[in-house]
Design a protein around this ligand. Structure first.
Ligand code: MRU
Length: 372
């Protein structure tokens, strides 16, 4: 059982991605050949979710590489490799340099698009390393190498999510109530999902349980995206507003919480969608296990603790409006941090693609990083 749709894919003539702003009303795709449009799609939330942002970042660099190669070939009668025409072949290193320059420019713009999701930066670094390690002078060869690397980012993410599902599925039992926050599903990743991957895998085992879906203000990723994914697959879902979680925990309806992550510091402190921290504190109060599901590409060992994680601040209109309808007076002051940090002490385990990490999270993350 998969998700039945592709969140984002690399084509010969561009990149195609679901425009997640339109869900659940309309399933429409954006098709672009321009890395700048892809960066706009990232900033504007057409694609979102840390691992999906990693894939989009890698694809943006491929589009830039193609543009760099085409720019050079467009200015030469001989084509991107040169030498096919009558005169002497143009110096090949400059064609490669044009590709590298385009990739570097796009990398800069991608890095400046959304600051919190670790996977986006991880993917850019991985693509730049692949470009650097490509020893041949061929510009077209470099483009092909980057295409392969970006496709590997996507495919490894999906495979990793399936492993996350396998490592995490036994945490869910028949009859459980499972709370999730935001969308950590197929839409937020290359496919299958992290937190929703665990839920999918448990459902595939034949277990039957209910998923409580926090609507997740301000942008309603829970209501619009997670509920949509679950309804599509027939996994029983109950949509609640964010302020109802405590009530259902107190009633004994929720047995565990599982969420995704945008960045995990070396000590296990975890940044995820705003409101996650509150869910974790509530879970602790009610004696409910609280799990984070994320691939290792979300772990940032360069940060000692969550205090060092940069939290994205987004525009006030996301808070003053709901689905385009104004719900607050013009002129009111607004804060809109997109993420919060859950201290490691509230996290029962991190379900990674390399295995289950139990407390002490810092020590065990480090051990797993060294093993991998
Ligand atoms: O602002 P978003 O929609 O990009 O935030 C997404 C989340 O917080 C997800 O929970 C996180 O990226 C994990 S996705 C597998």
């Amino acid at each position: 059982m998969g998700s039945g749709f592709e969140t984002i894919r690399l084509l010969g003539d561009g990149v195609e991605l679901i425009d997640q702003r339109l869900l659940p009303g309309r399933l429409e795709y954006i098709h672009t050949r321009d890395w700048r449009e892809l960066v706009q799609a990232i900033k504007g939330m057409a694609i979102r979710g840390a691992p999906a942002l990693g894939v989009a970042a890698a694809f943006a660099l491929v589009l830039a590489a193609r543009e760099g190669a085409a720019g050079v070939s467009g200015s030469r009668a001989a084509g991107p490799e040169g030498g096919a025409g009558g005169g002497p072949a143009p110096a090949e290193p400059s064609a490669r340099a044009a590709v590298e320059a385009a990739v570097r420019e796009a990398a800069q713009a991608v890095r400046a698009s959304r600051p919190t999701a670790r996977n986006l930066f991880w993917a850019v670094e991985r693509m730049l390393r692949a470009a650097e390690a490509f020893a041949e002078p061929s510009a077209a060869g470099l483009v092909r190498r980057l295409e392969a690397e970006a496709q590997a980012v996507l495919e490894e993410d999906v495979a990793g999510n399936r492993r996350i599902g396998e490592f995490g599925r036994d945490l869910i039992s028949d009859g459980d109530g499972v709370l999730t926050h935001c969308n950590a599903g197929a839409l937020a990743t290359g496919g299958y999902g992290t937190a929703l991957g665990v839920i999918r895998a448990a459902f595939e085992q034949g277990k039957r349980f209910r998923v409580f879906v926090d609507e997740t203000r301000p942008l309603l990723q829970g209501a619009r995206l997670t509920a949509w994914e679950l309804v599509q697959e027939g996994i029983p879902a109950i949509l609640i507003t964010d302020n109802m979680a405590a009530h259902f925990m107190a009633q004994g309806a929720i047995d565990l919480a599982v969420v995704g992550a945008d960045r995990i510091a070396a000590n296990g402190d975890t940044a995820n969608k705003i409101g996650t921290y509150g869910v974790a504190v509530l879970a602790r109060e009610h004696g409910i296990p609280f799990y984070v599901a994320a691939p290792f590409s979300t772990v940032d060992l360069s940060l000692k603790s969550g205090r060092e994680i940069v939290i994205e601040e987004r525009g006030p209109e996301e808070v003053t409006t709901v689905a385009g309808c104004q719900v607050a007076p013009t002129g009111v002051l607004v804060h809109n941090p997109a993420f919060d940090v859950t201290p490691a002490r509230y996290i029962s385990a991190i379900i990674t693609d390399r295995g289950l990490v139990r407390p002490p999270l810092g020590e065990n993350l480090k051990r797993l990083a060294q093993a991998g």
